[in-house]
Ligand binder design. Structure first.
Ligand code: S6P
Ligand code: ZN
Length: 176
């Protein structure tokens, strides 16, 4: 991909849609093993396989010096008592930090290091959450409406989902 010319995209703070973005959807069937109660997750998949989240990304070259950005629209809902969440990942480039700007809804970012240290940062409209290098991150919707946030991260960050699929985050956010 060539270096882009300067450009502006339009972000709808309500829906999270970006006019120039490429979108992808994650349904529950894409992430059954992320939830503790996998029997409950499989039952929900059979009953209609709900949409859990969508990501709308502004595409730029995936290399050092570029900045990727995207919105995530995370649905409200639960599998058993565990809130809907993203899969979560480390960046392949461990030096790559990230910023999340909360636009709508209520939730949290769950983070962990490779050594298993865990942290949780609240995310709501107006929050600016800082994800330092080397911290894996997953967002969780603890509210009753969609959780919408805008993410900015280095073009060469990359996604390591496998470590999280194998080891999880060491903590789960549940309805009490
Ligand atoms: C990318 C950034 C977000 C997530 C998105 C979906 O570095 O952290 O755009 O990709 O929230 O989460 P996940 O874990 O499925 O990529
Ligand atoms: Zn990330």
């Amino acid at each position: 991909m060539d270096d882009p010319r300067p450009f502006a995209s339009m972000l709808d703070f309500e829906t999270g849609h970006i006019d120039t973005a490429v979108s992808k959807s994650r349904h529950l069937s894409d992430m059954v093993s992320a939830y503790e109660d996998q029997d409950a997750a499989r039952a929900m998949v059979e009953q209609g396989d709900p949409l859990v989240y969508e990501v709308h990304e502004i595409e730029v070259p995936r290399r050092n010096g570029q900045l990727l950005s995207s919105t995530t629209v995370l649905q409200p809902g639960r599998v058993g008592d565990e809130y809907f969440m993203t899969k979560g990942h480390f960046h392949v480039n461990e030096a790559a930090a990230e910023i999340y700007v909360g636009l709508r809804g209520t939730g949290a970012v769950v983070l962990r290091t490779r050594d298993g240290e865990v942290d949780v940062v609240e995310l709501e409209a107006g929050s600016i959450a800082y994800i330092p290098p080397s911290w894996a991150h997953r967002t969780v919707n603890t509210g009753e409406e969609e959780l919408v946030f805008y993410a900015i991260f280095p073009g060469d960050a990359g996604y390591d989902y496998e470590t999280i699929e194998r080891e999880g985050f060491g903590t789960r956010l549940r309805a009490t």
